[in-house]
Design a protein around this ligand. Sequence first.
Ligand code: HDE
Length: 735
Amino acid sequence: MSEDTHENDVDTTSDEDTGTSGRHDGEPEDNSKQEQLDEVREDPNGEYLTTDHGTRLEHTDDSLTAGTPGPTLMEDFHFREKMTQFDHERIPERVVHARGTGAHGYFQPYEDPDLGDYDDISDLTKASLFQDPDQRIPVFVRFSTVVGFRGSADTVRDVRGFATKFYTEAGNWDLVGNNMPIFFIQDAIKFPDLVHAIKPEPDDEMPQASAAHDTFWDFASLTPESTHMLLWVLSDRALPRAYRMMEGFGVHTFRFVDADGGTRLVKFHWKPLQGTHQLVWDETQKLAGKNPDFNREDLYEVIENGNYPEYELGVQIVEEDETDDFDFDLLDPTKIIPEEDVPVRPIGKMVLNETPDNFFAEVEQVAFHPGNVVPGIDFTDDPLLQGRLFSYQDTQLNRFNGANWDEVPINRPLAARHNNQRDGFMRQEINKGRVAYSPNSLEDDYPREAPEAEGGYVHVPASVEGPKTRTRSDSFDDHFSQARLFWNSLSEVEQDHVVSATHFELGKVDDQAVKERVVYELLNNVDHDLAVRAAEGIDVDPPSQPGDQLPAHDDESPALRMDARGSDSIASRKVAIVLQAGFTADHVTELRDRLVERDARVSIVSSTQGPTEGADGNEVSADENHETTGSIMFDAVLVPGGRDNVDALAAHGDAKHFVMEAFKHKKPIGALGEGIELLRAVDLPDIDLSDAGLESDAGVVTDAHGDDLDAFLDAFADEIMEHRHWDRADVSVPA
Ligand code: HDE
């Protein structure tokens, strides 16, 4: 039988619709994963209501009964089918990372990446997805929190999942990472303990989506290897402003393999091109009530507005013979490689440009697995990674009630599939022929193994020897050096936030011994001052001297500071123009239009939605009222002039609160003309509010004359790009 005609093939997709040639040169919207999904999309204009089996229905709003009213009849197939489907709508939510959202997009390798000593990417890896800069690889990304249930709030203090499925011509590659580069534990066998400790407590199922309770800190206090990760979770990294404004990390050390079989170690990084930015704690708490979908909504809004989230994929490379150059073990997942020691080389860019059509079918049913790799990418002996290679396959059996989860459209590869795996619950593929085994002679031994030169996956033949043992490697012993490195690298403001976070997290712990262990045995071995400051807020006696395992170094890695990663435009930033009737209309329309020209998102906020009249009789339409929104939903606030406007605003508690709260959260504030009087009315501390002309002080931009809107807007935009103004007086505004 010829290769073209053998019957045993399970071709899920034709060459035409999969782009198995591997080229996706068209517009991103044309990527072939989308085409594949199109095949299973429901026709939105379907004319008639039918049963699941296609019978047209003449009446749907009443059950079939004997008499009116009367008992429902068994023969009401429409009722039974509809109700059965409904009763089975849920699948088990993920045991961790239950709360998430997702987007489609593409990854495109860079033409000329700065690869240091390597001529081009093929020197590093043969993975086909990185080779051709004209090729766009379809991707689906799911972002998540870890601890909360599926309906929990987005803005909790937590790690964020950042999982990417690359639908490559060589098969699916899943990079299942987080927004923090390390993890709590060193060995996967501790994962059930960690998760049981951090999830709501089993007797009363409280608290929701929070580590701030006894069982988590009890576990942590007895698990010193968690210290480095605890510092990250206590930092602003745990409060991302948006999924598109956080870094992503593959965490483990993986291997790259080139065409000659040469290998090297690699760590993966995602760098967001819209900057790495955080929320402040007070804001996250309020958002959890006022808009629990804050991060999810942001992702959908920016994609729908065309401000596509973009991330560079970067790699840190260590040659196999350089692994001893480090004072930690590269296989220890509680360690980073400082970027100053091994630079992150950008190798391509990911753009997220399409929201899912159906949350369940795409975001809920997408199933990641770190074991989904393609030739050119291999594993290391990191014991956390090794355990994950079992867990993800296994957990999907529970979620999908069977082994065929890979056939769900969002999980299906674009690469053709041929094998002898068969049957099971909800099998979609209709395999032809009588042969489902290998070797066989009846079908010419198809499907046959692919030699390495034809893309067959060959595991790196790494040598392994040693006795069977349950022992942690000595090289994993140092738990405090990098925790201290992280602490030393934070700005003063970021350190203050960590201290406040300890006051909240440990302040919620009832058991005094747990609190003391965290302070004395963990924090005091990171930094004495940190331990003393933490203790002072939580009724623990401050330690009198540094911990006996305190590392003797004052090293810093500036790349770890969040404020090191700004943005160079205001695209996608949300600006509120707060006004009442009588505002200076031409200022408002012009500012709004010019902000929109710069791709900012602008909302007009007033006491009521709808038309609001300016001083000259021209109207603008208010998008939000003070009930539907708040300053916490915005990146910046603008107050226009107009006598009546400002008098009304100054008499309006919600409007004053809006400005004060934005000030408290260190956000840029702009005011034009009489608008400055509102800032005076709320008494912003230590801010110079003069009537001289354009002024900028700690992120507050004012122009009493308002005659040069361009200059005003440039100054305001600069402050928005700064994100937050930490130099502003840290006062307790009652907001
Ligand atoms: Fe996961 N993890 N994990 N994890 N993980 C899951 O798989 C697990 C770990 C991560 O959006 C589960 O499909 C073990 C590190 C993400 O669908 C489960 C260990 C990192 C997601 C699982 C870890 C991650 C998961 C639950 C210790 C960063 C969400 C549902 C060895 C590198 C993916 C599921 C999505 C999800 C197991 C630790 C990232 C149970 C055993 C380290 C982003 O299989």
